[in-house]
Design a protein around this ligand. Structure first.
Ligand SMILES: [Ca+2]
Length: 275
């Protein structure tokens, strides 16, 4: 079910306009994995799994244990869950200040005897996807913590995420589960790092602009623009915010937004000031 879709998005305008940045975030439903490629990704919040609510599953022969070690974030991790029953796991309730599409990454370590496995990610009582885990070292007991591929999940305030061993193969749950890193999907793309559609366009230093730079030259002709390659999790609705400033005289009040070369909409520009 994983897929990655490349998209080229460009902003084009026939106005005197200095484009400084594009903020991009996903507000879609439950999706497959996708990694943002933004210049400035959204802030990541780490949730230590050892601080979560643990529960055992069907056929458990022991309770979930906590393992300590310098290699673990926070010095501790959930220990291997292969004896805790089918469906055993650990749950956290992330702080969601903005409902939207988030990426969730698992930090884990795994012994050399267990090459690959799967551990399920649930939102409330619905399974979203699996994290795939693999051996993270060759020295028993000191395997380093690594990060999984990201899973994209739509989160609202009050949602609970849990990691569960429900694959039917107990050996899948052999690993140390350290933390979940959660960040809003998307980020900020600096206009000066995009691709300009005309050679006459140029980046210049602008006070108070994001990154200290903005792109000039939109007034020269229709078709002037900046393109950004995106990797998005799936076809869905995404939010776009433009950072810009305008100077002196006006030619047009709108900037066109194009996806894969087709006009998808426009943004109305305010007069003067940095927006
Ligand atoms: Ca930890």
């Amino acid at each position: 079910m994983r897929k990655k879709a490349g998209r080229a998005l460009s902003a084009s305008v026939a106005a005197v306009c200095l484009l400084t940045s594009v903020d991009f975030s996903g507000m879609g439903s439950v999706l497959a994995a996708g990694q943002p490629s933004a210049d400035v990704p959204w802030t990541t919040t780490r949730y230590e799994l050892e601080d979560g609510r643990t529960f055992t599953g069907t056929g458990a022969t022991q309770d979930i244990a906590i393992k300590t070690g310098n290699r673990f974030s926070g010095g501790r991790a959930i220990d291997t869950m292969d004896k805790n029953g089918d469906g055993a796991g650990v749950a956290i309730e992330p702080t969601v200040t903005e409902n939207g599409l988030y990426q969730v990454v698992l930090g884990y370590s795994k012994g050399r005897a267990y090459a690959e496995g799967k551990i399920a990610l649930y939102k409330n009582d619905t399974r979203i996807d699996y994290f795939e885990t693999k051996t993270t070292g060759t020295d028993p007991g000191v395997e380093p913590v690594v990060q999984s591929d990201a899973i994209a999940v739509r989160l609202e305030d009050g949602d609970e995420l849990s990691l569960r061993s429900d694959t039917g193969d107990a050996t899948d749950a052999v690993a140390c589960f350290d933390y979940l890193d959660i960040s809003l999907w998307g980020g900020r793309y600096e206009a000066e790092n995009g691709e300009f559609t005309l050679d006459s366009m140029e980046a210049e230093a602008v006070e108070n602009a994001s990154g200290g730079m903005a792109v000039d030259g939109f007034e020269k002709t229709d078709g002037a623009g900046v393109e950004f390659p995106f990797t998005i999790p799936a076809d869905d609705t995404y939010y776009l915010t433009l950072g810009y400033t305008r100077i002196n005289y006006e030619i047009a009040d709108q900037i066109g937004v194009y996806v894969d070369g087709e006009r998808a909409g426009e943004i109305t520009l305010k007069y003067r000031g940095l927006h």
